[in-house]
Unconditional design. Structure first.
Length: 137
């Protein structure tokens, strides 16, 4: 495995997920989070723990790119493979698990759908970025 390429792909996946999550959870879903404020940590506590979320995103990106390296086919177009991988990873990571959280947490179903759409978008976009880095030379 080319470590430099893997780290570049990991960085690309991290940036994509960090930016998309910031937009989705900090802006698009903000109102739903405010409506369900009693379920979440207080804002000042969540802010102190934000580094853990960033660490989680970094670990996700490293693993995501590494798994991609184990299955991509170098003779096929990278973008298509990246999108396919992102779709499969998104379904695996959040597909069924997302509905479990809906049962566990007292949140509106639309918030759950937002989480599902956000995670699939994260994985598709990260897959596209990683696929483009691993495209055929």
């Amino acid at each position: 495995m080319n470590t430099k390429r893997w780290l570049l792909a990991s960085l690309a996946a991290f940036v994509v997920v960090f930016v998309l999550d910031g937009l989705v959870h900090g802006w698009l879903l903000r109102g739903l989070y405010e409506q369900t404020a009693s379920v979440w940590r207080p804002q000042h506590v969540a802010g102190q723990l934000m580094w853990l979320m960033t660490l989680g995103q970094a670990l996700f990106a490293l693993a995501f790119a590494w798994f991609y390296t184990k299955g991509h086919e170098s003779k096929k177009p990278g973008l298509g493979q990246g999108l396919r991988f992102g779709w499969c990873a998104g379904l695996l990571l959040v597909g069924a698990h997302n509905f479990v959280w809906y049962v566990v947490l007292p949140v509106p179903f639309v918030l759950n759908v937002g989480w599902l759409a956000s995670a699939l978008a994260d994985c598709l976009a990260a897959g596209a970025a990683v696929g483009l880095i691993y495209r055929k030379p």
